[in-house]
Design a protein around this ligand. Structure first.
Ligand SMILES: [Zn+2]
Length: 380
């Protein structure tokens, strides 16, 4: 069996007036229509939502996180369970992040060495080593359909010489990930597609260098990492455009950790196919809801007697059945149901946004759709 057996990307259409793309990813666990938003299930669950609810919102693929799942419950237990699909009862496609970003952002003391990184767990302070080889093995046992190369993710404030050295580490590690990925049979009888991660900080020539280095590996897909980490949005778009201008057209492109609706709209215009972000659920738990007129905070007093739904155009369970006033009341009372309703709506809204973009691209009217989208936000 080939390492990525069952995985295939088809570029269906490119918008006539922008770089926006309409595509389709085939995996062993089902089809993904792109551009796609992928809800984040860090610990093997998209916070507060059941797999059925995720399906009903239009979720096609969810994320798991290797760093978190390795520390708890551990890959041995996941293997015993038959992989994350079975353990979490999510029958659709799954993507796992390699843990690179978490090792560099969450863990305590960490030290890069020849083989990989030694770090301290954020849970109990215990020491662990991540190497390209063992991270591939962890992702093999977790069993996601799409797995990510282990990379170094420099902070957005990193200097040019630092990022240049970091690119070299990411390049070497990507080679080793590819070797390790090809060396073993997948654990559960279906292929796993390895994506490389383009780094390069906020330096266009280092982004180009990193992209070219990874393309040489001829991987099934490519991600753009190290963005949406505090840099201004125009810088994020500039770096994204530099990289999408280089990446091969026949491979999917994934902008990691992005983002807000406007960020995704801009990145789709630049030719990005896949996104993930915690904000629909994280902000949702704080009462922030996304709508076609922009974001609203349902804790706000002005919603006290507002008996309209969160978004009048949204068919989700929360909008079909409950008012802003009711959800505000639940938030004020600290009721858990409010967190679920707003998270559910936000994820449904992000999927509706992607669905609208997919249709606009198919009909070569993405540029007009984008103007209408921004005009809608101004109506708030
Ligand atoms: Zn809704």
């Amino acid at each position: 069996m080939s390492a990525a057996q069952g995985f295939e990307f088809t570029l269906l259409h490119t918008d006539a007036h922008s770089a926006a793309r309409r595509g389709r990813i085939q995996t062993a666990h089902g089809t993904i229509e792109t551009p796609v938003f992928m809800p984040v299930g860090t610990q093997g669950t998209v916070k507060s939502l059941s797999p059925d609810e995720l399906r009903d919102t239009g979720s096609q693929i969810i994320l798991g996180n290797t760093y978190h799942l390795y520390l708890r419950p551990g890959t041995a237990l996941l293997q015993q369970a038959g992989g994350l699909h079975r353990f979490a009862n999510w029958p659709g496609p799954i993507l796992t992040d390699s843990g690179g970003y978490q090792v560099f952002s969450l863990s305590g003391l960490r030290k890069i060495h020849e083989d990989g990184v030694r770090f301290q767990s954020h849970i109990d302070g215990s020491y662990h080593d991540f190497t390209p080889e063992n991270v591939m093995d962890m992702q093999r046992l977790i069993g996601a359909d799409i797995i990510m190369a282990f990379d170094e993710c420099p902070p957005h404030t990193a200097t040019e010489p630092y990022v240049a050295r970091s690119n070299e580490i990411t390049r070497k590690w990507a080679h080793r990930c590819r070797e390790a990925w090809l060396a073993k049979e997948p654990a559960y009888g279906y292929g796993q597609a390895l994506f490389g991660i383009v780094q390069g900080g906020v330096f266009p020539h280092l982004r180009r260098e990193s992209a070219h280095q990874l393309i040489e590996l001829d991987l099934p897909g490519y991600a753009i990492g190290g963005l949406s980490v505090g840099e201004p949005a125009p810088v994020m778009y500039e770096m994204t455009g530099v990289v999408t201008g280089i990446l091969p057209a026949d491979k999917p492109r994934y902008l990691m950790g992005v983002g807000k609706p406007e960020n995704m709209v801009e990145a789709v215009a630049l030719g990005v196919d896949m996104f993930d972000c915690v904000i629909p659920t994280r902000n949702g738990r704080r009462g922030q809801a996304f709508t076609w007129q922009g974001t609203i905070n349902l804790r706000n007093a002005r919603f006290r007697d507002d008996f309209s739904p969160i978004d009048a155009d949204c068919p989700c369970y929360a909008c079909a059945n409950f008012s802003r006033a009711y959800i505000r009341h639940l938030l004020q009372a600290g009721e858990l149901f409010a967190l679920r309703l707003v998270s559910l709506h936000n994820i449904a809204f992000f999927h509706q946004l992607m669905q609208a973009m997919r249709e606009a691209i198919e009909q070569d009217r993405f540029a007009q759709w984008k103007r209408d989208f921004y005009a809608g936000l101004e109506q708030k």
